[in-house]
Design a protein around this ligand. Structure first.
Ligand code: HOZ
Length: 425
């Protein structure tokens, strides 16, 4: 028995499914999970000392690769001053200044502990600001696991085939309406049928939790126009795209400003951090300035702030970073596409910069329904093949491939070689 198997067996007795987040259980790829011991750059090792090229990057945070020295040193320095104070610190002001001075729509920001918490708070804020209850989200977009967002959600919920979770009260889910991604008519119909009741529309500007699905020309600007017309707020969930597509995330990349933006992942440099921010008049509704309550003992935690600040400073100061990452992503995903085309394997490859997904379907993937046409058995066999050839991908069709600054030519060549040796079953 391998050490991973041993640990998984033991964890299964004590932790639901042996994991602390469902998709990590590898269930949809029909195997037991590998337990991870350590990672450096673009490489990751399991407890049996198997080495892989890591295409997960902790589901997004590790945009500079694992073990970046700036981040490690900042964390190491911070721990000696104390791990948590539950009080205001200088670093929280520094990170707020760094972000608000770089991202025009974010005039004020509040730090929390995860993307889920950021979204949950943003939704409450939108309701508190507008005095309306209903929220519109898009099918297949995932915004964390707060009750009101587990309606036709992507990511782990989609992977398990249970998009609507047990335990979500009907009363809560009734206030979440769902439109089709890339379909402005479906959004307009919801606005018309719920006049003056929509507090906000929340969207992943690039959907990355039903696999990667790109917004078509005019989709994001169309959402913004409909929100303005109907007096609803636009929330961009940039937990994945924030500080990834550009320093200013999807807002900068697509040139569209949202009213509220949520962040997570990269903003914490690998530590548990989320944030929500936006226009000052909206953010001033948050307690203690306003009536919308939100709090947290570990919010703005000094170690998490140190890690996040170090990562964000690096990304802002090195303006070549995003161009280089985009060039790398463009050429890598094109080569993957070419290889699969050369083999005659029906697939659709969606990608933007360092994010991408391979869907085993002959349909273009523009929304949740299209994503579900992907042959998930084929994905599972592709995943296992890649793992056997030293490449760790997200163990689900409905997640993304994440490249980082530390994936060099050697690693990407090795991944392409593994793709090249894949044979359709
Ligand atoms: N569903 C999460 C990513 N979209 C999974 C995160 C994790 O398991 O760490």
């Amino acid at each position: 028995m391998t050490r991973s198997e041993e640990l998984y067996r033991k964890a299964g007795e004590l932790i639901p499914g042996g994991v602390n987040s469902p998709v990590r259980a590898f269930r949809s790829v029909g195997m037991d999970p590998r337990f991870i011991k350590r990672a450096r750059g673009s490489r990751i090792w399991d407890v049996d000392e198997n080495e892989y090229i890591d295409l997960i990057g902790s589901w997004g945070p590790m945009i500079m690769g694992h073990g970046n020295m700036d981040v490690l040193e900042a964390v190491q320095k911070a721990i000696w001053d104390g791990l948590s104070f539950g009080a205001a610190t200088e670093k929280e002001g520094e990170i707020a200044e760094l972000i608000t001075s770089s991202i025009p729509s974010v005039e004020m920001i509040r730090m929390v502990n995860s993307g889920t918490e950021a979204v949950m708070s943003a939704i409450r804020l939108a309701r508190g600001f507008t005095g309306r209850d209903k929220i519109i989200k898009f099918q297949g977009c995932y915004h964390g696991h707060s009750d009101s967002m587990l309606v036709k959600a992507g990511s782990g919920a989609m992977t398990q085939g249970t998009p609507d979770s047990a335990g979500v009260p009907v009363g809560v889910s009734q206030d979440t309406l769902t439109a089709q991604y890339n379909n402005l008519n479906s959004l307009e119909q919801l606005f018309e049928a719920n006049k003056d009741n929509i507090a906000a529309v929340i969207v992943e500007p690039v959907a990355a939790n039903m696999g990667v699905v790109l917004p078509e020309q005019g989709f994001l600007s169309g959402i913004k126009a409909l929100c303005e017309k109907h007096g609803a707020l636009l929330i961009f969930d940039e937990v994945i795209t924030g500080f990834r597509l550009a320093f200013g995330g999807a807002q900068e990349y697509f040139g569209i400003e949202a009213d509220i933006v949520t962040y997570g992942k990269i903003i914490g440099g690998g530590m548990p951090v989320g944030a929500y921010g936006g226009r000052k008049d909206i953010m001033k509704k948050v307690a203690p300035l306003g009536p919308v309550y939100q709090a947290g003992t570990l919010s703005g935690n000094p170690i998490a702030m140190a890690a996040g600040l170090a990562q964000l400073k690096y990304l802002r100061e090195n303006d070549w970073f995003y161009g280089a990452l985009k060039d790398k992503g463009d050429s890598f995903f094109k080569e993957v596409d070419d290889i699969l085309n050369g083999k005659g394997i029906a697939h659709t490859l969606n990608h933007i910069s360092s994010l991408g997904s391979i869907f085993f379907t002959d349909k273009a993937v523009r929304n949740y329904e299209d994503a579900k046409t992907s042959d998930t058995d084929m994905f599972a066999s592709f995943f296992r093949h890649m793992l056997d050839h030293g490449v760790l991908m997200a163990p689900s069709q409905f997640e993304a491939i994440f490249l980082s600054g530390s994936h060099g030519e050697e690693e990407l060549k090795a991944v392409l070689k593994a793709v090249n040796s894949f044979k359709q079953q």
